[in-house]
Ligand binder design. Structure first.
Ligand SMILES: Cc1cc2nc3c(=O)[nH]c(=O)nc-3n(C[C@H](O)[C@H](O)[C@H](O)COP(=O)(O)O)c2cc1C
Ligand code: SF4
Ligand code: SF4
Length: 454
């Protein structure tokens, strides 16, 4: 049986996809780079996977995602029967000033469909799409028997790997699963070991960000035999309240509960956590699937440069649909061509040597803000920012025509970047490197450090 979708041929095969992607053999590549990956033994025509969530909830979605060009999916988390039951409503959002969704919050549980239906669909989809990565996310109670029972059933589908959902922060932890496991390294290690014992599939351990030091569960996963980790799952959150009803969103009857935060707002947190695992010697060789706020090819490239071997996307696909993968593949491929990178491995971890602890930064390095007077629209934001909260290093002058002119006082500028961040005009304020003539000197070598080693 082939699972059919209502899409016609025109929108089933997007234009602009890469030649190295098996989905796109019938299209002229707009780039030469090879986007294919081998992630912990799992092959995928490109590094873009859909994360375990509503986009991967059923064959209907996954097939259309593959048709759109996604390299892989992590199927919505399976659990024991009876299937989970969800509430209504389930989502809320944190909006930016222009109404765009910057952060997304959900109180959804794992799959609300039976194990049998999911397994049947996974088997068929994998059979129909052998070149795509199909990973099955799992969450069952922290009991050996439960894992021993489900793992062979999952392996029988022919899927490429499993992902252990140790991250779900809402609902499931109250039942002793999800983040309740992920927050205790001993549990992470134990369950990972059971999975390696009762399954021959690659095991990806999905980590929760709701923890003080993400390196600890990553190390525990490695000790348990994990083939890879993926991160981040969602962050505990309340986005906003209905102040008339005095209840947070999403509202269920007259009540609410904390949810899991994701979307572009969480990207900086996820990037840091990925880099922490990638630059810790014990886990430096552990493959990482990067997740969290990835919305375009640049986000993906950043995760890869900081240590990710594949990337997963949820919120951006939920907000914009499956076809965002076209731009992602195209953009990444073209950028790789422009940099001379022939394959993903050529720049994986490329930013790790430059990511370090504060104590290794150069105390003698100096930048100064420069205002391009031709671009400046005289709004004064930089002046207010520097005057009120930084180093009073911008002068407010009057032009002959009475309008304002702003200039940086070089001697007072500490190079904090605040004015550059505040300025609404692209490249109007740039940070210019100064030649101090001084050699590299870190804080441990700095005479101003009272704890400096003699
Ligand atoms: C509505 C919703 C449901 C989710 N369900 C699951 C799930 O069943 N299993 C899981 O591991 N992660 C689940 N996640 C988390 C995502 O897989 C992903 O880790 C997170 O959303 C961060 O990625 P993003 O910023 O691209 O959304 C869910 C996320 C959302 C928004
Ligand atoms: S970089 Fe910082 S200190 Fe320098 S002018 Fe801008 S805001 Fe002021
Ligand atoms: S914030 Fe930018 S545009 Fe506005 S006054 Fe400063 S330099 Fe000019």
């Amino acid at each position: 049986m082939t699972i059919h979708t209502p899409l016609n041929e025109d929108n089933a095969r997007p234009a602009g996809a890469g030649a190295n992607d098996a989905a796109s053999n019938d299209h002229v590549a707009s780039y030469k780079a090879d986007l294919s990956i081998n992630f912990a033994g799992i092959r995928s025509p490109n590094p873009f996977w859909l994360a375990s969530a509503p986009p991967t909830d059923k064959a209907y979605n996954v097939v259309r995602a593959f048709e759109a060009g996604w390299g892989g999916v992590v199927w919505k988390t399976l659990g024991e029967d009876p299937a989970a039951v969800n509430v209504s409503s389930r989502y809320s959002a944190h909006y930016g000033p222009n109404g765009e969704v910057s952060g997304f919050n959900n109180i959804e549980l794992i799959t609300d469909r039976s194990l049998e239906i999911n397994l049947r669909e996974i088997t068929q989809v994998k059979k129909d799409w052998p070149d795509r990565a199909l990973i099955v996310s799992l969450m069952v109670p922290c009991e050996e028997e439960a894992w021993k029972t489900i793992l062979p059933q999952v392996e029988a589908t022919g899927c490429d790997g499993i992902e252990l959902n140790f991250g779900c922060p809402h609902g499931m932890p109250e039942r002793g699963m999800g983040a309740a496991v992920g927050q205790v390294p001993e549990y992470v290690e134990k369950v990972t070991r059971w999975c390696k014992t009762y399954s021959s599939l690659p095991v990806i351990v999905k980590l929760t960000p709701n923890i003080t030091d993400v390196r600890l569960p990553a190390q525990a996963a490695l000790r348990g035999g994990a083939d890879a980790v993926s991160l981040i799952n969602t962050i505990n959150s309340i986005t906003h309240l209905d102040l008339d009803r005095m209840v947070a969103h999403p509202v269920v009857g007259g009540r609410s509960t904390h949810g899991g935060y994701c979307g572009s707002a969480v990207k900086p947190i996820a990037l840091n956590m990925v880099s922490e695992i990638a630059r810790t010697p014990e886990t430096a060789n552990l493959p990482i699937s990067g997740i969290g706020g990835i919305s375009n090819w640049e986000d993906a490239a950043e995760f890869i440069a900081l240590g990710a071997g594949s990337v997963q996307v949820c919120t951006a696909a939920m907000l914009h649909g499956f076809r965002i993968v076209e731009e992602m593949k195209d953009g990444l491929g073209r950028w790789m061509d422009s940099k001379g990178y022939q394959k993903i491995d050529d720049f994986t971890r490329a930013a790790i040597p430059n990511t370090t602890d504060w104590k290794h930064l150069d105390m003698n390095y100096q930048v100064i803000a420069r205002i391009d007077q031709d671009k400046c629209i005289g709004c004064g934001r930089c002046y207010i920012a520097c005057e009120d909260t930084s180093h009073q290093a911008i002068m407010h002058l009057a032009k002959d025509n009475g309008t304002a002119r702003y200039e940086v006082k070089d001697a007072d500028c500490v190079g904090c970047n605040l004015c550059e961040i505040t300025c609404p005009v692209d490249n109007c304020i740039t940070m210019e490197e100064q030649d101090t003539g001084k050699p590299y000197m870190n804080w441990m070598e700095d005479p101003r450090n009272p704890h400096r080693a003699a």
